[in-house]
Design a protein around this ligand. Structure first.
Ligand SMILES: Cc1cc2nc3c(=O)[nH]c(=O)nc-3n(C[C@H](O)[C@H](O)[C@H](O)COP(=O)(O)OP(=O)(O)OC[C@H]3O[C@@H](n4cnc5c(N)ncnc54)[C@H](O)[C@@H]3O)c2cc1C
Length: 360
């Protein structure tokens, strides 16, 4: 099993079926009915076909909140590895990457090979196969820009095929795959640009860190190093020694508001200045969930019940600070934050991770 993923560290946890906490970055979650490890696409298909319902496909465990009562069905651990070039021309290369390939290993390899397109996604934990699920994004890049197709096992039709990116329904932190268990991702195709330079830097904070203007290009390795530095400063790179990284990253998505709701937010926040915002299509406006949480009275490090806390480095990350906190306590903190933000600003926060056998 890959060292890249959360896994059991004690004898007790290694007992199968061990507590699912061992397989998640939050280190939370009760027992599984059965755990099966699949080390290739064929093994994933076989495991899913043979499994008794219900089935949970789990890879890096970095975007799931699993209940304290666990998951009574079969957990299929995705541990397939490898990537290969499937198409190439003078300016681009298309790589097919197995679902279980650790994401940051892939990003590091593309940067080393002079393939641009993923560099700003350095340091995101988890597997490659999970990146289409919520259209992973950070620092002005998202995988929807480079994915050309996703090979899936369709559980409803009992067949394998490639879904072109145009049919994946990619949206901000979403796709046709999120919250649905019909498709199991087996591999993902990315079309990358042969270039020693990054794409235009779109994120102001990253441009500042690189000492360039928004829109400039920088060496791929410089972009990767700057992103990793920025992320580490926010507890957004996994570090076993840092309890602020015992999280799912951002717990809430940035709300996308229609014009009327955005105006109402501006009025309610008049004493605080304009909320940080990113105008989108059709008058919709994305606002910062971290800002809303902070202004609703929850500072970095804010403690919740029994060992859970807001990260000391980022208002959006809810952490298992003690290392022994329960999912119920994490959800209590999350619900308190959501309700306070709604009471103060009239904006509903939605969780970014997938909740397994629990609700917020
Ligand atoms: C410290 C930290 C920082 C983070 N930063 C970011 C960030 O900047 N941007 C961002 O977008 N996300 C971020 N995340 C969230 C997370 O890393 C990503 O969503 C990642 O892609 C999840 O990968 P995983 O393999 O851990 O998925 P898991 O947690 O194992 O699974 C997540 C969901 O995907 C499903 N799934 C996983 N693999 C497959 C598959 N092969 N086929 C079908 N379904 C599958 C699971 O069933 C589950 O519903 C962060 C998380 C942490 C802990």
């Amino acid at each position: 099993m890959s060292d890249a993923y959360a896994q059991p560290t004690t004898e007790a946890d290694r007992a199968i079926p061990g507590p699912l906490a061992s397989y998640t970055t939050l280190r939370m979650g009760g027992p599984a009915g059965r755990i099966v490890t699949a080390a290739s696409a064929d093994e994933i298909v076989r495991a899913v076909r043979a499994a008794e319902e219900p089935i949970l496909v789990l890879a890096g465990g970095s975007n799931v909140v699993i209940s304290d009562t666990g998951f009574a069905g079969t957990v299929v651990l995705v541990r397939s590895r490898g990537l290969r070039v499937v198409a190439e021309d003078a300016t681009s290369v298309t790589v097919r990457v197995e679902a279980g390939e650790p994401w940051d290993d892939l990003v590091a390899a593309t940067v080393a090979n002079g393939w641009a397109g993923l560099e700003c996604l350095s340091g995101v934990p988890g597997s490659t196969g999970a990146t289409p699920i919520q259209n992973v994004g950070a620092y002005g890049q998202e995988v929807a820009e480079t994915i050309t197709g996703v090979e899936v096992y369709d559980r409803a039709e009992d067949t394998r095929y490639l879904i072109p990116a145009t049919d994946c329904g990619f949206a901000y932190r979403g796709s046709i795959f999120k919250y649905r268990d019909r498709w199991v991702v087996l591999s993902v195709d990315f079309r990358l640009t042969k270039s020693p330079l990054s794409g235009p830097v779109r994120y102001a904070e990253l441009a500042r860190a690189l000492g360039v203007e928004v829109g400039d290009r920088v060496a791929l390795a410089d972009a990767r190093a700057a992103v990793l530095r920025l992320r580490a400063g926010k507890g957004m790179v996994l570090d076993a020694a840092d309890p602020d990284t015992r999280s799912v990253g951002s717990f809430f998505t940035n709300p996308v508001l229609d014009p009327a709701t955005y105006e109402s937010l501006r009025e309610r926040a008049a004493d605080l200045g304009d909320p940080p915002n990113w105008p989108g299509a059709d008058g919709m406006v994305k606002v910062s969930a971290a800002w809303l949480i902070d202004k609703a009275g929850f500072a970095k490090g804010h403690p919740g019940p029994d060992g859970v806390a807001i990260s000391g480095k980022h208002t959006l990350a809810l952490t298992n600070h003690s290392g022994t906190a329960s999912t119920a306590d994490l959800l209590t903190l999350a619900a308190t934050i959501r309700d306070e933000v709604y009471a103060r600003f009239g904006v509903t926060l939605h969780p970014e991770p997938v909740l397994i056998n629990c609700t917020l």
